[in-house]
Design a protein around this ligand. Structure first.
Ligand code: UT7
Length: 376
């Protein structure tokens, strides 16, 4: 049976930095002291006006391909974990596939909210282990700032935008060791963006109540549940992968709140030096939080070949997922200086190919029409 290994990684964060003080200046009844002491968040990044989820996802994916020195055309499957897609349809993954020029790849979105990336990583690894894919690009990308009510201090200070990606490849050694996924829909109302779907349709079909496009959350109930669930899921993958907690080199939990992260680490008996957190800089970036944290852990020298790493996440659904992996690739590899040039060329070619296919479709449609008009 083939195994799945991570061979490339990349992230993208919008350039606009919003510190806690900005909320006070906006007139919100809050303070830097409250936000940083209750959440650990000091600032977050917010996407620009013309920056959609797929734009961030493509940038993160390009970096992951560059690190692996892989071609977009080598990818068999693209999974984008997101709860803030560019459109209801088509999938954001299809937009990413087109922009990358990943001609051979299937593409789908996966929505498990903030737990989405770990879900997607487990499912991508599953495709490789089943022999159905040789390379899978797994992306976590979210732009929750679009769904924040900037007058609601209990939610708007918590979230940020961003994207992270990893490239998985088939290999003879593991890689991804084990994973678990779970859901408890009885808690669906605890964290929700009610509008925009079929329950509260925007065309008013289901009555006048639009449900609202803003994120609503019962923070304290989620907090209590998350501290238990994250550690329980992590314990399960540690046990099932045959590791002892003391053999865990790095623990990367979903970056929602520093207090949740610390409490989870305490429950698992992990010392501070084994826990990675960057929630202070980016807030909760939803499905992007774990791949961004992984990239930063690598960049700061916290990951070495042979390390055992545990990821654990939770989010709306309620949903959760955890995954244990062994790091197998050298970090120091410097991609060839031709790789960015090749990537730029490939992206241009992808854009040309895409434009030609659109043109072909238009020509065919107009020929069909003429043929019908001629009574054919
Ligand atoms: O990916 C999953 C996403 N969701 C989460 O991660 C949420 C998990 N929950 C949390 O992180 C925490 O529950 C919060 C950070 C949301 C809230 O912290 P808390 O310690 O649980 O506070 P609380 O909800 O119990 O609220 C305490 C007080 C309330 O005031 P009263 O009713 O005691 O007068 C809130 O209105 O803090 C107030 N409050 C604020 N005060 C200043 C809530 N938000 C703010 C704020 N600034 N931004």
């Amino acid at each position: 049976m083939p195994y799945a290994q991570i061979e490339g990684w990349g992230m993208h964060l919008p350039s606009r930095i919003v510190p806690n003080e900005s909320f006070v200046k906006m007139g919100l009844d809050t303070s830097d002291e409250w936000i940083s002491s209750r959440t650990g968040i000091e600032e977050r990044r917010l996407a620009g006006h013309n920056e959609a989820t797929s734009d961030m996802a493509v940038k993160a994916a390009h970096r992951a391909l560059r690190v692996a020195e892989a071609h977009a055309s080598d990818v068999d499957l693209i999974i984008v974990a997101t709860c803030t897609p560019d459109h209801i349809m088509p999938s954001t993954a299809s937009l990413v596939q087109n922009r990358l020029g990943a001609r051979r790849a299937g593409a789908l979105d996966l929505n498990a909210a903030c737990a989405g990336f770990v879900y997607a990583l487990a499912m991508g690894a599953g495709q490789i282990e089943a022999g159905r894919a040789g390379r899978v690009l797994v992306i976590g990308a979210d732009e929750l700032s679009l769904h924040l009510d900037w007058r609601d201090r209990s939610t708007c200070v918590l979230f940020g935008d961003g994207a992270g990606a990893v490239l998985l490849r088939a290999a003879v050694e593991p890689g991804i060791l084990t994973s678990t996924m779970g859901s408890d829909g009885s808690g669906a109302d605890l964290l929700m963006i009610p509008g925009g779907g079929s329950r509260y349709a925007s065309n008013g079909r289901n009555g006048s109540n639009s449900g609202g496009r803003y994120l609503r959350m019962n923070g304290s109930q989620i907090f209590r549940w998350a501290t238990q669930m994250m550690s329980r899921a992590a314990e399960q993958v540690i046990r099932e992968s045959g590791l002892e907690p003391e053999r865990i080199d790095l623990f990367i939990p979903h970056q929602a709140n520093l207090r949740i992260i610390e409490s989870t680490a305490r429950r698992l008996g992990l010392s501070e030096d084994k826990v990675f957190s960057n929630v202070g800089h980016y807030g909760n970036t939803s499905a992007a939080s774990i791949p961004i944290a992984l990239c930063e852990a690598i960049a700061s020298g916290r990951v070495d070949e042979g390390d055992n790493i545990v990821l654990t996440s939770f989010g709306a659904g309620l949903s959760w997922a955890a995954l244990a992996l062994r790091w197998t690739v050298p970090i120091e590899g410097h991609p060839s200086r031709w790789t960015p040039i090749r990537q730029t060329f490939e992206s241009r070619m992808a854009a040309v190919r895409s434009a030609m296919r659109r043109q072909q479709r238009r020509v065919r449609a107009s020929l069909d029409e003429r043929f019908r008009a001629d009574g054919g």
